[in-house]
Design a protein around this ligand. Structure first.
Ligand SMILES: NC(=O)c1ccc[n+]([C@@H]2O[C@H](COP(=O)([O-])OP(=O)(O)OC[C@H]3O[C@@H](n4cnc5c(N)ncnc54)[C@H](OP(=O)(O)O)[C@@H]3O)[C@@H](O)[C@H]2O)c1
Length: 288
């Protein structure tokens, strides 16, 4: 029997975030051959390059899953310089340290401008906001890593340690406060449960897959359809919402349709990427 200490070590940054948390929680089920070390910001600030370098050289991980990021679009828009340091420069530093081991980087469907939808991996990027720009810039750096896996994600549903990261948590909290939400009829994403994303990542990472992949749910849904699905799940919250057009949104430009074609990754996976509505029906008790 392999002693736990003999297993290769996987590092996960962003451990207190939504996806880092799911990757850590699911490792015993999806990647039992790995020992996992999760790093939250409190353990290690990825902007503290000397501390990161010291820890990396001490522990010599065999795999790095880099989830830490400034992941909120409005926060990145308000702090572009810091967003670039965290999302681009710290990513470049980690990729350089991990030059000899597989490196997994998490990008976003927001690298696209959303004019067309159904994007494939070879489509040109054209981000509309700082968050998307930083992710597109980081992708270019990480692509030079010889063993990099880059996954562009759509919105992930789940329960985060802080209770406020996933889109479903933000909607549930607003309804718990009695707010009436406004959902776009004409903005489209491909939501996916974070637990499914974690399964995809562990499967690809263990098989040493490299390259750029789109990973999302198989169903293109408007924000309004997503809201309706969650309202039907939580009738006890007395959910209140209105439909609106993204054209009437008073803030900055939003990409209307960043739905992604995931055929490239689907061809490698041992299971089908789920349609979000079907997954909700089949997992009525899954906490969201
Ligand atoms: N979840 C999604 O729907 C989605 C969609 C597309 C792409 N992605 C990408 O997938 C990755 C994981 O996303 P997520 O949803 O798990 O994000 P998340 O919940 O916001 O987690 C990111 C974590 O990174 C940490 N972090 C930020 N700056 C740091 C620093 N300087 N040092 C150390 N830790 C730092 C954050 O800590 P604080 O909380 O203290 O800031 C947070 O815990 C990100 O790269 C994100 O851009 C996610």
């Amino acid at each position: 029997m392999t002693d736990a200490a003999d297993k290769p070590l996987a590092w996960i940054t962003g451990a207190a975030g939504l996806l880092g948390h799911y990757l850590i929680q699911t490792a015993p089920r999806f990647a039992p051959g790995f020992r996992v070390r999760g790093w939250s910001r409190a353990d290690l600030d990825i902007l503290d390059f000397p501390a990161v370098r010291r820890a990396f050289r001490e522990q010599r991980p065999a795999l790095l899953l880099h989830c830490a990021a400034m992941s909120k679009t409005p926060e990145a828009q308000a702090n572009p310089a810091l967003a670039r340091r965290i999302n681009v420069e710290a990513t470049a530093h980690l990729a350089e340290l991990a030059a000899d081991v597989p490196f997994v980087f998490f990008s976003t469907d927001l690298v696209f401008d959303g004019q067309r939808g159904g994007y494939v991996e070879t489509d040109p990027v054209s981000p509309l906001n700082v968050y998307g720009e930083t992710k597109a810039a980081a992708e270019q750096i990480v692509l030079r890593h010889p063993r990099a896996l880059i996954v562009r994600l759509s919105i992930n549903a789940g329960i985060s340690p802080t209770g406020d990261r996933a889109f479903n948590e933000q909607i549930r909290r607003a309804w718990e406060r009695g707010e009436t939400l406004r959902f776009f009829t004409d903005e489209f994403r491909c939501p996916i449960p974070a637990v499914v994303t974690a399964r995809v990542i562990w499967e690809l990472a263990q098989r040493g897959v490299t390259g750029l992949y789109h990973v999302a749910g198989s169903e293109r849904l408007s924000r309004l359809q997503i809201g309706q699905l969650l309202a039907a799940r939580w009738p006890h919250l007395n959910p209140r919402f209105e439909a609106m057009s993204v054209k009437d949104f008073p803030g900055g430009p939003r990409p209307p349709d960043v739905s992604m074609n995931c055929a490239k990754v689907q061809a490698l996976l041992s299971f089908p990427l789920p349609a979000f509505s079907q997954w909700l029906r089949e997992h009525p008790d899954e906490p969201l």
